[in-house]
Design a protein around this ligand. Structure first.
Ligand SMILES: Cc1ncc(COP(=O)(O)O)c(C=O)c1O
Length: 458
């Protein structure tokens, strides 16, 4: 080896030693930062700060182009988060455990569902708890679906038809699209995650609002995809701001998630603004419209995103049988898109992801217009009742196009939530420090909630 080559190698070894020393030093500072944040009860994960760091390190010009620097730093941020979130004095065991699973997953917080009635009843030793926490249909499942379930039960020794053939056929007829434009999933939730898994790589970003459905956060975190959060605020009734969303689009944006109407706020994006997204979003961005509550909507200008599939190539519509059809426990949802996009999603769909019983139930529920009409009617009455009675209690409510009401208590919601639990009423403290989301129940359940809340606030 020539002297010159050896000298250059020595130089690289020296630089590497310095880089390694700096990396460890950086991780230690980050760990201290985490401890300070924990003491101050501040959230650690902060996609906005992560973006700022990435922008900062890509500003300096050198041999690496900005995209390469971003890729390097994204990996560093991911690994650093694992170190930062670990215990104060990491033992050898703690270090081994910390690296047991993939770095993206080790820093995730699991989905927190509404508290089940049975759990609260066991805790309180009562029998009549009321759950208004998961936006379920208080009338129960579609009777037609239940009849189909009974018929289907004797086939449960066989695997289901893997592609949900007959269900997709019926859904294609309902929406006037081809069968290869539909994919069915174990709830819409599975398909939202599948969307990120199929279309995004870690260098790319998704855009979504906050507060909104947590599935978008979790899917991005799970796959190490960047998140751009567009905050909604109560000065505007938590309405979507299309300009703010469009302003956040960059060449890295891959998917924009829009829950319409939004969960937990109940706000919606009207047709005119929706069309701006359809036509003004760059063609490279997938507009993912989550219409889990579509059948409950009642605004005259509520846009049906399935009507825009001819106008935009990259658009996906997500629907579910969990809400108005009352099949949340069976887990069926579907997604409509172009044959190409749906074809890609089909490649990663787990085989047999929708059970035979669930497929049969959903197929029967499609034609149960009576159940949908009764559910809509009951919901409208319930919404009107809750808005009226909560106003009487001096509690602020926000307009809702869904089967729940978002409320601002004007005081911390956690103690109110706990006090309601002790009275056997389960709601959801979600969307803000002073906020609750209350699902519309049967009239007597809504009354029970209002009575309990009045006592708690007194
Ligand atoms: C906005 C939104 N999208 C999707 C879902 C998921 O529905 P599914 O039960 O089909 O997974 C929910 C459930 O609460 C929701 O609120």
């Amino acid at each position: 080896m020539s002297d010159e080559l050896q000298a250059l190698r020595d130089q690289i070894d020296g630089i590497d030693d310095e880089i390694v020393r700096l990396l460890h030093a950086r991780a230690e500072v980050l760990h201290r930062l985490f401890m300070v944040k924990r003491a101050e009860d501040a959230p650690f994960a902060n996609p906005e700060r992560e973006r700022a760091v990435l922008d900062h390190v890509t500003r300096a010009r050198g041999a690496f182009p900005p995209a390469a620097m971003r890729a390097l730093y994204r990996e560093l941020l991911r690994l650093s988060a694992v170190v930062a979130e670990s215990s104060e004095e990491p033992s050898a065991d703690a270090v081994a455990l910390r690296w047991l699973c993939s770095p993206t997953i080790s820093v995730m917080k699991p989905y927190v569902p509404g508290k089940p009635v049975e759990v609260l009843e066991r805790e309180l030793g009562i029998k009549d708890a009321v759950k208004l926490a998961s936006n379920e249909n208080p009338l129960g499942a579609s009777p037609r679906a239940l009849a189909a379930v009974r018929e289907m039960l004797h086939t449960t020794h066989s695997y289901p038809e893997g592609s949900s053939y007959f269900l997709r056929q019926a859904l294609a007829a309902k929406h006037g699209v081809e069968m290869d434009q539909i994919i069915c999933g174990s709830g819409a939730y599975e398909l939202l995650e599948l969307c990120v898994r199929t279309f995004c790589v870690p260098e790319e970003e998704i855009i979504h609002a906050r507060p909104s459905f947590v599935a978008y956060d979790l899917a991005a975190q799970e796959h190490g995809v960047g998140e751009v959060v567009v905050p909604l605020d109560d000065t505007n009734d938590f309405r979507y701001d299309v300009d703010a969303m469009l302003a956040r689009v960059t060449p890295r944006t891959k998917v924009l998630f829009l829950a319409n109407p939004n969960n937990p706020t109940g706000a919606y994006l009207g047709r005119t603004d929706f069309e701006r997204l359809v036509f003004d979003l760059p063609p490279s961005v997938i507009l993912a419209v989550d219409e889990a509550y579509f059948e409950y909507t009642h605004a005259g200008d509520f846009p049906d995103s399935t009507r825009y599939h001819n106008a935009r190539e990259r658009i996906l519509t997500f629907r579910t049988f969990s809400k108005v059809q009352g099949l949340a426990g069976l887990r069926v949802g579907y997604c409509i898109g172009s044959p190409t996009m749906i074809g890609f999603m089909q490649r990663v769909r787990p085989p047999f992801n929708v059970t035979s019983v669930a497929q049969a139930a959903a197929l029967a529920a499609i034609d149960d217009h009576e159940h949908v009409a009764r559910s809509r009617q009951l919901n409208l009455q319930g919404l009107a009742y809750l808005h009226r009675e909560l106003k009487r209690l001096g509690v602020k409510t926000y307009p809702s196009q869904a089967n729940f009401v978002f409320v601002d208590l004007g005081r911390p919601s956690a103690p109110v939530y706990e006090a309601l639990l002790r009275k056997g009423v389960i709601v959801r403290p979600i969307g803000g420090p002073q906020h609750l989301r209350v699902s519309v129940g049967l009239p007597e359940e809504n009354e029970r909630f209002v009575r309990a809340l009045a006592e708690v606030l007194a």
